[in-house]
Design a protein around this ligand. Structure first.
Ligand code: ADP
Ligand code: MG
Length: 167
């Protein structure tokens, strides 16, 4: 079945220069990248992305982690992978959430670690199911940033909206 999934290379992945390694591993899936960007993650986006973890004792640190505050690298790389069984393929290549339990040949097993403060630094995020993928893709990307039509869209006029353009 054709699926889509949000992939984030987290700040530890970027600070450790793992982008190339991670993309190479993910390319084994033969999936297509249909959107990609580097962005700074503000607190609102971080909290919305991880809202299902709100009650966890590590929530505050998790928000600081995805914002890059633990790594002095305030950015993530966000992508949408699309194709046959995208969700399962990418999660399998990523490995388990806990990097110490992840298969050692997986991305998290190879490059992740648990810090002495107990943070799972697992270098990438990937959506866990179709519903989560839809919520996350719509949260991280505008329709025009994705080169295929993944979900229904509508056109609205926003005449009062200000936009920064090249000077
Ligand atoms: P996944 O990223 O594999 O979908 P979850 O959605 O359960 O995992 O958790 C989101 C993120 O929260 C994880 O990727 C990890 O960074 C962090 N996390 C999850 N569980 C723990 C834990 N027990 N201790 C510390 N950090 C955790
Ligand atoms: Mg998850």
């Amino acid at each position: 079945m054709n699926q889509k999934t949000l992939v984030l290379i987290k700040p530890d992945g970027l600070v450790k220069s793992l982008t190339g390694n991670i993309l190479m591993r993910l390319s084994e899936s033969k999936l297509e990248i249909v959107a990609a960007k580097i962005l700074r993650v503000n607190k609102e986006l971080a909290e919305e992305h991880y809202k299902h973890m709100e009650d966890k004792p590590f929530f505050k640190e998790l928000i600081r982690y995805i914002q890059g505050e633990l790594h002095g690298r305030r950015k993530v790389m966000a992508m949408v992978y699309w194709g046959e069984d995208a969700l399962t393929k990418v999660r399998e290549l990523a490995g388990s959430t806990n990097p110490e339990e992840a298969d050692v040949t997986s991305i998290r097993g190879s490059f992740g670690r648990i810090t002495t403060k107990g943070i799972y630094e697992n270098v990438l995020h990937t959506s866990s199911d179709a519903k989560e993928a839809e919520r996350e893709i719509k949260l991280w990307f505008e329709p025009d940033e994705i080169i295929v039509d993944l979900y229904p869209t509508k056109t609205v006029s926003m005449e009062t909206q200000k936009k920064r353009v090249w000077a």
